[in-house]
Design a protein around this ligand. Structure first.
Ligand code: DQA
Length: 188
């Protein structure tokens, strides 16, 4: 029987494999053989009240639901050979645990922390311990809103911030992640 062609590798895991393979990165390496190719996974995290998108203050957040936004992001991720996982929670600890669980599993995190943006130091610390690009995402532009929204405790540990583009931001966030993974650049 003719030897089988190895399946095409997801473009971005090849980039990842070229980076320093620390112990927790080992599970993401691509040289383990075709049967154990890991998915190039990007974790999307949505914080409190984002499950109400579509109904919640549509004049600010629009009429699209969170599921609409995640499906936009999933389509963009697929174009880049990335698999998207999404977790929404109204609980700070659940989001912190999701970030822990992403260590060594996700190549990047996109997070819309909702109001946790402005005060969650535990989310800040969890993201600081994540070894990969972190994109902070907002539908609205918090700096144009109430003063208490002007501070983000997530920004200091984010590679970059996308804010004010409405639902389009979900596609832009995936583009940003894909570009960051390709360049290998993601300093906190
Ligand atoms: C938000 C902005 C936050 O200030 C707010 O608390 C949210 C949504 C946004 O996507 O614009 O819940 O993160």
């Amino acid at each position: 029987m003719a030897p089988q062609e190895p399946p095409a590798r997801p473009e971005l895991t090849v980039v990842d494999g070229a980076r320093e393979p620390g112990p927790e990165r080992a599970s993401r390496r691509t040289d383990a053989g075709p049967d154990s190719l890991p998915a190039a996974m990007v974790l999307f995290l949505s914080g409190p009240n984002l499950s109400l998108l579509g109904q919640r203050q549509p004049e600010i957040y629009g009429r699209d639901t969170l599921a609409d936004h995640i499906s936009t992001a999933t389509a963009a991720a697929t174009e880049h050979g990335l698999v998207l996982e999404h977790i929404q929670s109204d609980y700070e600890g659940a989001l912190v645990e999701a970030v822990h669980d992403a260590r060594g599993r996700a190549l990047a995190i996109v997070v819309n922390p909702g109001a946790l943006t402005h005060y969650s130091w535990s989310l800040h610390d969890a993201l600081a311990a994540f070894d990969g690009p972190v994109v902070e995402l907002h539908l609205s532009q918090p700096r144009r809103r109430e003063a208490w929204r002007h501070q983000s405790v997530v920004t200091p540990v984010a590679t970059g911030v996308i804010a004010g583009f409405g639902g389009e931001g979900y596609r832009l966030a995936v583009e940003a992640v894909a570009a960051l993974l390709r360049s290998g650049r993601h300093g906190h």
